[in-house]
Design a protein around this ligand. Structure first.
Ligand code: G3I
Length: 351
């Protein structure tokens, strides 16, 4: 009986903690984030989105607010598995929907992505390739997709995640077949197809000092020396709560901008070990603020994109079991303290 009572008590406490943490701490700022980003001299504050989410009316209503979001990144539907599922069979339906939405609501688009080791169709991953057979496949894929969207994209993540954390080149099918030449093949093809789009290499864990950013700087220098078109580096920004080191992030961004490239925070989220407490949400606010402040401080950091704006549609819980609440809006689309952190960073004031 005593055991049952204490189990019940524990369950009640846990339930009240869950309710408390998901609803108690809210943002107070009323400034809209894209408006604030522009006032701070940035090109945009944006978000990733994905086609299935667009049927969520409350989600879509806020997404469409251009004062809040001035830029979209399609989370999945411009990737190779979606756009060329079979060789030479192209499908741009999903990407087109997001481009049309962006156009209708006055947003710019970061195309994501043309070449990545993940979400590849089997015919690419499992093909038995030689340099002579794979190079034209890369060129056709990049040319066809970049031409389809020519003139509509602010930028393209032409190459996604080419490096391991230890700074060596990721041994994907492209590297294994063509060595690092696959990068210049793709960049040249993208530039020929859409000369106005800014061409990016995008990667994670470039935010702290160490071998990965060293390798990225080295890669960019080699590409520039060879005359390859490359205009920006994307710092994805998938952080763990309390592990944001703004001075390292600024140093790393400035190593890239010193090479005359621009940078952007392309996939920002800050995951929390669940259950999140109010103290965690305050820390998350500080972490969001320091990332955005860093982008504000680096003049050639063009903007910040969150990897979806709400916990309702975040990738985190399914990829990192036990973690969540990584976005600035909660599952009910209520603004969290993180929202204030972003607003304060753009406004450069304390509110
Ligand atoms: O398309 C299938 C669908 O047919 C099926 O019913 C469903 C069942 O789970 O799965 C669907 O595929 C999922 C796909 O997203 C589309 O929704 C995959 O399981 C899921 O693994 C995939 O996750 C995506 C992930 O990339 C893949 O690595 C996330 O949504 C997407 O947000 C995420 O984005 C990446 C960036 O592109 C690069 N940087 C890291 C970032 C987070 O992983």
């Amino acid at each position: 009986m005593l055991l049952l009572a204490s189990a019940l008590f524990l369950a009640l406490v846990q339930a009240s903690v869950a309710l408390h943490t998901s609803t108690s701490a809210k943002a107070t700022s009323t400034v809209a984030l894209n408006t604030a980003a522009k006032a701070a001299g940035k090109l945009y504050f944006g978000t990733a989105t994905d086609n299935p989410e667009l049927t969520d009316k409350a989600y879509a209503t806020l997404l469409n607010n251009t004062m809040m979001f001035g830029q979209l990144t399609p989370g999945n539907t411009m990737k190779w598995y979606a756009t060329e599922p079979e060789k030479n069979v192209f499908n741009f339906t999903g990407g087109d929907q997001i481009v049309a939405l962006a156009k209708a609501t006055g947003k710019i688009i970061r195309g994501h992505n043309l070449i990545w080791h993940n979400q590849l169709p089997d015919w690419v991953t499992n093909g038995s390739w030689t340099p002579e057979t794979l190079a034209p496949v890369i060129e056709t894929h990049v040319r066809t997709e970049a031409s389809h969207y020519a003139g509509k994209m602010y930028s393209w993540d032409v190459i996604n995640e080419p490096l391991y954390d230890n700074g060596t080149m990721r041994a994907n099918v492209f590297y294994q077949t063509l060595d690092s030449s696959y990068i210049s093949i793709a960049l040249r093809a993208a530039h020929a197809a859409d000369p106005k789009a800014k061409l990016y290499i995008n990667d994670y864990n470039l935010e702290s000092t160490g071998p990965k950013i060293d390798a990225m700087v080295h890669l960019v220098k080699n590409l520039l020396a060879a005359g390859v078109p490359i205009h920006g580096i994307g710092f994805q920004g998938h952080f763990i709560l309390g592990e944001v080191y703004p001075s390292q992030l600024q140093t790393n961004m400035e190593r890239i901008t010193a090479l005359s490239l621009e940078v952007a925070v392309t996939e920002l989220d800050i995951r929390i070990k669940l259950p999140a407490t109010d103290a965690d949400l305050e820390q998350q606010k500080a972490d969001y603020m320091s990332v955005v402040q860093t982008c504000v401080a680096v003049s050639k950091c063009v903007g910040v994109t969150v990897w979806d704006y709400t916990d309702r549609h975040s990738w985190i819980p399914s990829f990192f079991p036990g973690y969540g609440e990584a976005c600035p809006w909660d599952v009910n689309l209520v603004r969290k303290p993180a929202y204030d952190g972003i607003a304060m960073a753009f406004k450069n004031c304390t509110m």
